[in-house]
Ligand binder design. Structure first.
Ligand code: UD1
Length: 341
């Protein structure tokens, strides 16, 4: 197997889609997951898309000895090129209720993976970060020069902390090459509908809730506030198709290969902001299905508006998003229907 790349959180939403892009670009994904927020069914879908059984280790990256044992096993089967680290908890609200769970998992996993990287002489590391590191930026679109603001939530702080840990490690003399990929709002699913976002329980994020409400599986969608200082009063985000996002990880790996030791942040978004009401309208246009919804109170901690200046990813990585909001919403809906069946 050539060009093996470790993908932590490989059974998760973005990890599984990235595994597909890796395989299509000549890499061999080696998946790690503990199924804490995913299910083995994702691996079935992946196998169908890839046409082979991906290498998989069931392991919790926060458990250092288990992680090292898994790495040992992986290394015994051949060389590894690098690590893409997705595995983390990501529910903003839950992180305010259970901050230690977030620090223990998200921060410890990153530290252990860097220790493992050093132990196994791996020098390429792609980190799954978030636009949440900017808080509510002073200027939008926001670029990578914008200041890192005090995090609104423990979740957000784990992303800031892990970025800092990576930067410190890169500056420590170990020849690490790291890309910090700051995602805006990933949505949609693989066009085959064999993998997609699988929120266990009540969905916190807009699109999984919206598709479940449209399918009649949930109460009407609550639009969290329509009194924000935006054109229609609802919050604005940059919704990016998960397959576009997945492609950016391949571009980052290819770029890192020819770099000296470095630690570089990249925004990954479309550069376009859409309000919650615009997303509902786009979904209805794309699918012909009505979204039952009602206006509700603001959600604590929500920023009013954020979207990406992704010029750096374009100039440096040669990457831009390609799919439209409607395509992403149609793929999300097709995935929801596949789940129903
Ligand atoms: C946030 C973070 C993102 C992080 C993600 C993890 C920011 C700007 N974004 O995404 O970096 O990775 O959490 O989960 O901090 N909405 C509704 N009704 C719903 C659900 C959502 O109106 O039932 C609205 C929200 O108010 C928001 C938009 O939809 O305006 C998107 O919400 P969501 O999908 O939860 O993502 P963010 O909060 O933007």
């Amino acid at each position: 197997m050539k060009n093996r790349v470790i993908v932590t959180g490989g059974a998760g939403y973005i990890g599984s889609h990235t595994a597909v892009e890796l395989a299509q670009s000549g890499y061999t994904p080696v998946l790690l997951d503990n199924f804490s927020n995913s299910t083995p069914a994702a691996l079935d879908g992946l196998r169908e898309i890839l046409g082979f059984e991906p290498e998989f280790e069931q392991v919790d990256c926060a458990d250092k000895s288990a992680l090292f044992a898994a790495m040992e096993h992986i290394a015994s089967r051949g060389t590894v090129e690098g690590i893409i680290h997705f595995a983390a908890f990501k529910a903003v609200g839950e992180s305010t209720q259970e901050p230690l769970k977030y620090y223990a998992n998200n921060v410890a996993s990153t530290v252990h993976l860097l220790e493992a990287a050093a132990h196994f002489n791996l020098t390429e590391f792609v980190f799954s970060s978030s636009c949440t590191v900017y808080g509510q930026p002073e200027h939008i679109p926001v670029d990578e020069e914008a200041p890192i603001r005090r995090a609104e939530s423990p979740y957000g702080y784990t992303k800031q902390a892990c970025e800092r840990i990576l930067a410190d490690f890169c500056a420590s003399g170990y020849p690490m090459k790291a890309a910090l990929l700051r995602y805006f709002n990933p949505i949609g699913a693989h066009p085959s509908s064999k993998i997609g976002e699988l929120p266990l329980g009540h969905p916190n994020n807009l699109i999984p809730y919206l598709t479940q409400a449209a399918a009649g599986l949930r109460d009407p969608l609550t639009v969290f506030g329509n009194d924000y200082p935006t054109p229609d009063g609802t919050c604005i985000r940059d919704y990016i198709h998960v397959m576009d996002l997945a492609r950016a990880h391949v571009a980052a790996l290819q770029w890192l290969k020819n770099q000296p030791p470095t630690c570089e942040p990249f925004n990954l978004g479309t550069g376009q902001g859409n309000s919650v009401l615009e997303v509902i309208q786009a979904f209805e246009r794309a699918t012909g299905v009505a979204v039952p919804h009602a206006i509700g109170a603001r959600r604590p901690g929500d920023v009013t508006a954020i979207f990406a200046d992704a010029t750096k990813a374009q100039n440096v990585l040669g990457w831009t998003s390609e799919k439209t909001l409607e395509e992403a919403l149609l793929d999300a809906w097709n995935w929801q229907q596949a789940l129903n069946n």
